[in-house]
Design a protein around this ligand. Structure first.
Ligand SMILES: C[S@@+](CC[C@H](N)C(=O)[O-])C[C@H]1O[C@@H](n2cnc3c(N)ncnc32)[C@H](O)[C@@H]1O
Length: 298
């Protein structure tokens, strides 16, 4: 999901890095296999990633796409993009790949994959049409659509159709949350969170949990074939090393969002936060957060 401890403002590097293992573990493998099969039928490939943040989606997909990749990472947060070389270095080292840095471009070189990576600051809420003139074979986004509005998603679906490109929009929060052990107040907190998700995040009134399906439906109306599959976060200490830290960050992000939504319920919400933190700190807490993945191949 796109909500974080900073629910209204920017997305911190620390939050994006905390969620990355859960994101990567959640991605649907059948859907990625289809995307790779499509990619293998292309020669060189131009990939544009919207709301790229620190490049998590690049780290997930780039090693799977072989050679001749050209990535353009787009975000409106210039600081996140500026830090890409520093953020990518430990990852390329770990992959035993070379990272060649120049002023406005990176090259990633490995026996099995290679890519040129560029980035551009664009406010997608107002300047989506700046992408019209670019070569795009594959359009990507991850944890982005639930921030956006119906009219913006219509424009995005139009763009994909006009450019006849493949697109994969991953990790769109779909409103399902399941905690274990359960608390009576869980349901109410999820309701408040899902209403909070509808607040304007700069793109007009957000569709929040309905965004992924709305986008899929618009693509279908434009005659595109679409595949939707679930990619839920399964956060437990057996599945993820950083389960405790991630769950604590989530609880500490959701509680203020819920209070913002319904201040009179502050006492109930703070009690929920405290009870949940106790379960998490005892390492007995597990959390599922529902996501929808949307793939459309030309
Ligand atoms: C939840 S984060 C996801 C980041 C990354 N895709 C990932 O999966 O880790 C949402 C990203 O969208 C970016 N974003 C939000 N509003 C935007 C806008 N109007 N234009 C461009 N990027 C935006 C944020 O800066 C942030 O990097």
């Amino acid at each position: 999901m796109s909500e974080s401890e900073n629910t209204n403002t920017g997305f911190s590097e620390s939050w994006l890095s905390l969620r990355e293992p859960a994101d990567h573990a959640a991605r649907d493998t059948a859907l990625i296999t289809q995307l790779i099969q499509w990619r293998n039928r292309q020669q060189d490939i131009h990939i544009t990633e919207l709301g790229a943040g620190t490049g998590s989606n690049l780290r997930f997909l780039l090693p799977k796409f072989g050679h001749n990749q050209h990535w353009l990472l787009v975000d409106y947060d210039a600081t996140l993009l500026e830090h890409l070389p520093r953020i990518l270095k430990p990852w390329t080292d770990n992959q035993k790949a070379q990272l060649l840095i120049s002023d406005d471009q990176l090259r990633i070189e490995h026996e099995a994959f290679s890519a040129v990576v560029e980035w551009q600051v664009i406010d997608l809420s107002s300047d989506l049409e700046k992408l019209q003139s670019k070569r795009i074979d594959l359009l990507l986004g991850s944890a982005l659509l639930d921030l956006t509005s119906a009219s913006w998603l219509n424009s995005l679906a139009k763009l994909c159709t006009k450019k006849q490109c493949a697109c994969l929009f991953a990790l769109n929060y779909d409103g399902r949350v399941k905690w274990s052990p359960e608390l009576e107040s869980d349901k109410r907190i999820t309701q408040l969170l899902n209403t909070h998700q509808l607040n304007d995040k700069g793109f007009g009134p957000a569709l929040g949990p309905r965004a992924g399906m709305h986008f899929a439906n618009r693509l279908e109306e434009f005659g595109r074939q679409v595949l939707t599959l679930r990619s839920d976060w399964q956060i437990s200490s057996t599945a993820l090393k950083n389960s405790v830290d991630l769950q604590l960050a989530i609880v500490d992000g959701w509680a203020p969002a819920a209070i913002e939504q319904s201040a009179p319920e502050q006492t109930l919400i703070r009690q929920w936060q405290s009870d949940r933190r106790q379960y998490i700190e005892k390492n007995v807490s597990e959390l599922m957060v529902g996501h929808l993945e949307v793939l459309s191949l030309p």
